[in-house]
Ligand binder design. Structure first.
Ligand code: PGA
Length: 237
């Protein structure tokens, strides 16, 4: 486990990107695990820059995102699909058939969950997974109380997560009530995990993580058992 303290959001983004760049230089056909939200925006900017400067190519990469809302069109501006296209995919040379997000509009959502874990497995597993952390310790949409054994599944979003994510929608009522998320075990199956967290809002969750107590009440704590975890964190204060 590696703890890397940084002094700015930009530094966090650059450090996280440099880990992915190294991975891609070592294994150009890596399977990458991507995350959405506010934390990785700078990371994707750095990835695009590295691509434009010829440091990396994404033509052989396959990627899997952590989660997607249920019940909004995949191309709605608030979907995680749209987030990924806007922040990364449309700027780099990853083929359209190579990136994957769970399908929140699948007719059989339970089947979709099984299919998603299976397609990650068939790709050879995730080489390196990017992760954010929620103020309550959630990872992806795995809220406190989620079983550490969980695989990709359908979850009801907590009120606090819906309020937190309302900034991406016109109103709170528009925020979906459910999502498909990779489970904690699906995330733990990645060969390497990079968790990024910057800002005063994240200080307490990082403190709790550093405290070392592994409990399902704090989903991120299971990551402490991962053999190859890097936490890149910091705050203004
Ligand atoms: P954020 O969310 O990156 O938008 O702060 C992280 C998370 O809730 O997992």
């Amino acid at each position: 486990m590696k703890w890397m303290k940084v002094s700015s959001y930009e530094e966090m983004s650059k450090v996280a990107c440099s880990i992915f760049v190294k991975q891609l230089q070592y294994k150009p056909n890596s399977v990458l695990g991507f995350a959405t939200g506010g934390s990785p925006v700078g990371f994707y900017k750095e990835m695009v820059k590295s691509y434009q400067e010829g440091e990396i190519s994404l033509d052989q990469v396959r990627s899997f995102n952590l989660d997607e809302y249920i019940g909004i069109p995949f191309n709605s501006p608030a979907s995680y699909y749209s987030y990924m296209v806007e922040n990364l995919f449309r700027h780099v040379n990853i083929p359209k058939e190579s990136y994957h997000l769970p399908d929140g509009n699948a007719i059989d959502l339970k089947e979709e969950c099984l299919r998603y874990d299976k397609s990650i497995e068939e790709a050879g597993g995730i080489d390196i997974q990017l992760l954010g952390i929620g103020v309550n310790g959630h990872i992806a949409f795995n809220e406190p109380g989620t079983s550490f054994e969980s695989l990709t599944n359908i979850v009801n979003l907590t009120e606090s997560t819906r309020i937190e994510n309302a900034r991406y929608f016109e109103s709170l009522e528009d925020v979906p009530t459910q999502a498909i998320t990779m489970g904690i075990q699906s995330i733990m199956n990645a060969k390497e995990i990079v968790l990024i967290a910057f800002g005063d809002k994240k200080v307490n969750s990082i403190k709790q993580l550093r405290g070392g107590k592994i409990t399902e009440d704090f989903p991120a704590s299971q990551l402490l058992k991962h053999p190859n975890l890097t936490v890149i964190y910091g705050s203004e204060g």
